[in-house]
Design a protein around this ligand. Structure first.
Ligand SMILES: [Zn+2]
Length: 67
């Protein structure tokens, strides 16, 4: 079983564990933080779509006669 050490307190973290057993610092694999950043960007994109779509419908409703 491979052990990684905590970046915060230096305690050994079992590879199957996702956080430091001593201080609770998340034991992120390389790239996990980047993945989280990507998913945050995806969330922002979804939020923008949720805002943009009703606005688009509203504009269509205003500018297209007979709707
Ligand atoms: Zn720790």
């Amino acid at each position: 079983m491979a052990l990684t050490s905590c970046s915060k307190c230096g305690a050994e973290i079992p590879s199957h564990d996702w956080m430091c057993p001593r201080c609770g610092e998340p034991a992120l694999e390389r790239g996990a933080a980047a993945d989280r950043e990507v998913s945050a960007k995806g969330m922002i994109a979804v939020l923008l779509l949720c805002v943009a779509f009703p606005v688009l419908l509203f504009l269509i409703h205003i500018f297209v006669p007979g709707m």
